[in-house]
Design a protein around this ligand. Structure first.
Ligand code: WTA
Length: 631
C-alpha cells in the first residue's frame, strides 16, 4: 500500500495505525520519497523536557534540490509558479521549473557574491512578487537561514526582528502595490536599519520604480547584480537538523518569538501534508491566498507545493480590488483546482453580496481549504455552497507557526466532514485534550486544552536564542506534552478548535499578544496604562478592544485616538490597530495590582450580566464606570 499518497479512508486508517505503532518505520518510509544526499542513521531522538527534538539525524539534504532539481529531468517544463499581479491589467508571469531553478541559482549567487554564507540569517521584507519566493529558496539553497517579516509590519517591528537574530542582510523591494495603494517598502527598511548594526547588505528588487535612496556600500539593485552571476549554484549540503528558517510569531508575553524550523523534518512533513490534505494530483493548479510572510505562505505557497512538483499561484493583491469578484475571477482565469484561504476573507466577501461569486464559474475547484482561525457555521455554509457549489470538500486545517505543517484537517473528501470541525488528525499526529489538572479528557463534547503528545517531523525545534523560553511556553504547562495555546473539544474523534486560551488574539487570522499591543499603546505619551482584550468581530473573528488610562491633563478623545493608533502603527503596524479605544478612569485591579482581564473581556463583549467573583478587586466601583463608558 502506498502510504505516501493517501487516496482512501482505508489507506488513511492504515497510515494512522502504522504511524502510531511504529513511528520511526512510518516516517522513514515517508522520508524515502525525497532526495537525500546522505541517508540519516537515527530517525527520531526526542525529549520534550529539554526540549530536544531530532529527526532523520545524520541525514544530509537540501530542500531546494527537492523543490527544484529533482523535478527538472521529467518536469522541467511544468509550470512551477504563476504570479497574478495586483493590477489585473498587468500581465501575469508563469515560470517553469527550469526557469525557477535558474532564477533561484542566480539569486543564490548574488547572495554569495555579497559574502552571505551558510548559517547567516537573512531578513526578507518584500511584497508578494515572484522574487520573494525566489529569495526564500535562494537562502535555503546556500544554507542561509531566512527570516521573512510580513511587509505590513512597521520599521520598528522589522528592526526588532532583525536584531533578535542578528541578520546580516535584508532582501526587499523599492515599493509595493496593494489594492489601490502604492506603498513604500525600502523607506521602511531604511528607517529600520538606523538601529540594526548587523546588516551589511540590502538587496533591492525593482517593483514600482519609485524614487528611493540607495546607500553606497550597503544597498544593491537585484536586477544589476544578477547580470554578473552564473545561472547555476550547487545546493549546500545541509544536516537534517540545520536551521532552515526563523519565523517570528506572537505569544502571551511582549516580545515576538523566533520560531525555528529545521531542514529535514520540515521538508518531509510539509510535502506529505500538502499532497494529502489538498489531494493534489499532477497537473492541478493550486492557489493559497495567504502572504508568504506567514507560516501558511512558507509551508503551503512555497515549500509544500514545490516539493510536490505542483503549480502554485501567487497573488500580489487583495480580495476586494478592483472589486469583490477578484478571487473568483482568478480562480476562473487559471482554472484553479485547490483554493485555500482564511475565514476572515470569506466573511468579508460574504458581506459584499453573492453576485460576485455567483457570476463566476468555479467549475474547476475540487478542494477548498480554510486556515488561521475557527470558521463559524455561516461562513462554512457560504463557502461550501457558493464557492464549492456543494461539490467540494472543505478542508478546515488546524495548525500553527510552531507546528510547521497542518496537524488536524480533512484530506480532500477522504474523511467525513462536519461543519466548523477541523476533523481528524493527520497520520502520526497525536492530539489530546487535557483538563485543568492535565488529565486527558476522553469524553466527547468537553472543552479542554489542546496538546500534542508525540513529536512530528515539522515541529518547532526551539525559539531562536532562547530555548528556556521555548520550554517554558510550550513544554512546561503539562509534563510530557506540547501545549498549543488553543482550546478544543471532540466529537466522534473529530476535533473542533474553540480558540486561544492564552493572551493571544487572532485578528483576521493574524496573531497578536495582548501585551505586545499594550506595550505599543503605552508608548503614547498620553497614556499611563492600558489593557487590551479581544471581542467577537463579525469579519475579523476577533477585534481589538483597548482600555486606556490617561496621564492627567485635558485631551480630546480625538487626540487620544490619534496618539494611541499612531503609537501602535509605529511599533507594530497597521494590522494591529485597535478597533475600539475606551478611555477609562481606572482599570479593574486586584489588591496585588494585577489587571482582571476576565472583567474587561466581558465588558468588551457586552456581556455584563454576571461578572463572577469580584471580591478581590481593589476598587469594585471601576466596573460600573467602565460599563457606562463602553463603546
Ligand atoms: C488558530 C496559522 C481554528 C489557532 C496556520 C492557532 C485555527 C493559531 C485554525 C495559529 C483552524 C489556525 N481552526 N483555529 N483551522 N488554524 N488557527 O501561528 O488559534 O498564525 O493556535 O498559524 O491560529 O496561528 P499561526
Amino acid at each position: 500500500m502506498n502510504l505516501f499518497e493517501l487516496s482512501t479512508r482505508k489507506e488513511y486508517n492504515t497510515a494512522c495505525k502504522n504511524a502510531a505503532e511504529n513511528p520511526e518505520i512510518f516516517w522513514d518510509d515517508i522520508a524515502s520519497h525525497y532526495h537525500w544526499q546522505k541517508k540519516g542513521f537515527k530517525t527520531l531522538d526526542w525529549d520534550f523536557k529539554e526540549p530536544k527534538i531530532n529527526w532523520f539525524q545524520g541525514g544530509k539534504l537540501n530542500i531546494t534540490e527537492n523543490c527544484l532539481d529533482r523535478h527538472l529531468k521529467i518536469n522541467g517544463e511544468t509550470i512551477a509558479l504563476i504570479w497574478e499581479p495586483n493590477n489585473p491589467e498587468e500581465s501575469e508571469i508563469r515560470m517553469t521549473y527550469n526557469e525557477l531553478h535558474i532564477a533561484v541559482c542566480k539569486f543564490s549567487n548574488v547572495l554569495k557574491s555579497q559574502g552571505i554564507n551558510k548559517g547567516d540569517r537573512v531578513a526578507i521584507y518584500m511584497p508578494m512578487i515572484p522574487e520573494l519566493t525566489v529569495g526564500v529558496l535562494a537562502c535555503a539553497r546556500i544554507g542561509a537561514i531566512h527570516s521573512v517579516v510580513f511587509a505590513g509590519f512597521s520599521s520598528q517591528a522589522l528592526a526588532e526582528r532583525i536584531n533578535d537574530s542578528t541578520c546580516c542582510a535584508v532582501l526587499t523591494s523599492d515599493g509595493m502595490y496593494r489594492g489601490s495603494k502604492n506603498l513604500a517598502v525600502k523607506t521602511t527598511v531604511d528607517e529600520a536599519l538606523t538601529s540594526c548594526p548587523s546588516i551589511k547588505t540590502v538587496v533591492v528588487v525593482k517593483r514600482d520604480n519609485s524614487d528611493i535612496q540607495m546607500m553606497a556600500n550597503r544597498d544593491i539593485w537585484y536586477h544589476e547584480a544578477e547580470l554578473n552571476v552564473s545561472d547555476y549554484c550547487p545546493a549546500e549540503p545541509m544536516d537534517s537538523e540545520d536551521m532552515l528558517f526563523i519565523l517570528y510569531t506572537s505569544g502571551s508575553t511582549g516580545k515576538p518569538k523566533g520560531i525555528v524550523h529545521t531542514c529535514g523534518g520540515y521538508m518531509v512533513y510539509v510535502g506529505y501534508s500538502f499532497k494529502n490534505v489538498f489531494q493534489y494530483r499532477k497537473g492541478d493548479i493550486y492557489w493559497c491566498t495567504a502572504d508568504v510572510g506567514w507560516i501558511t505562505g512558507h509551508s503551503y505557497i512555497i515549500y509544500g507545493p514545490l516539493l510536490n512538483c505542483a503549480t502554485t499561484l501567487i497573488f500580489e493583491g487583495i480580495p476586494t480590488w478592483p472589486n469583490a469578484g477578484r478571487f473568483w475571477e482568478i480562480c476562473d482565469k487559471y482554472s484553479v483546482n485547490q483554493f485555500y484561504t482564511a475565514p476572515t476573507a470569506i466573511r468579508s466577501l460574504m458581506a459584499l453580496g453573492n453576485k460576485w461569486v455567483e457570476s463566476a464559474s468555479l467549475k474547476t475547484l475540487k478542494v477548498i481549504g480554510s486556515v488561521g482561525e475557527p470558521i463559524n457555521k455561516e461562513a462554512w455554509d457560504w463557502y461550501e455552497k457558493l464557492v464549492g457549489r456543494s461539490n467540494c470538500p472543505i478542508v478546515d486545517t488546524w495548525w500553527q507557526t510552531e507546528t510547521g505543517g497542518i496537524m488536524i484537517s480533512g484530506l480532500g473528501d477522504i474523511n467525513e466532514q462536519r461543519a466548523t470541525f477541523a476533523g481528524l488528525p493527520l497520520p502520526g499526529i497525536h492530539p489530546v485534550i487535557l483538563d485543568v489538572n492535565g488529565i486527558e479528557i476522553s469524553d466527547d463534547g468537553i472543552e479542554g486544552h489542546l496538546c500534542i503528545k508525540f513529536p512530528w517531523p515539522s515541529m518547532l525545534r526551539t525559539i531562536y536564542g532562547d530555548n528556556q523560553r521555548c520550554k517554558h511556553v510550550y513544554f512546561s504547562n503539562y509534563d510530557g506534552y506540547y501545549f498549543t495555546g488553543d482550546g478544543a473539544k471532540r466529537e466522534d474523534g473529530m476535533f473542533r478548535i474553540v480558540g486561544r486560551v492564552d493572551d493571544v488574539l487572532n485578528v483576521s487570522g493574524h496573531r497578536f499578544g495582548t501585551a505586545e499591543i499594550e506595550n505599543a499603546i503605552n508608548s503614547s505619551t498620553l497614556v499611563t496604562e492600558s489593557a487590551v482584550v479581544g471581542y467577537p468581530h463579525p469579519v475579523k473573528g476577533q477585534g481589538i478592544y483597548a482600555f486606556i488610562s490617561l496621564e492627567t491633563g485635558n485631551h480630546s478623545e480625538k487626540d487620544v485616538n490619534i496618539s494611541v493608533i499612531s503609537a501602535v502603527v509605529e511599533s507594530i503596524g497597521h494590522i494591529a490597530k485597535p478597533d475600539i479605544i475606551q478611555i477609562a478612569q481606572g482599570l479593574p485591579k486586584t489588591r496585588s495590582g494585577k489587571i482582571m482581564r476576565r472583567i474587561l473581556r466581558k465588558i468588551a463583549e457586552g456581556n455584563t450580566e454576571d461578572m463572577g467573583d469580584t471580591s478581590t478587586l481593589l476598587d469594585p466601583s471601576v466596573i460600573d464606570s467602565l460599563i457606562q463608558g463602553k463603546k
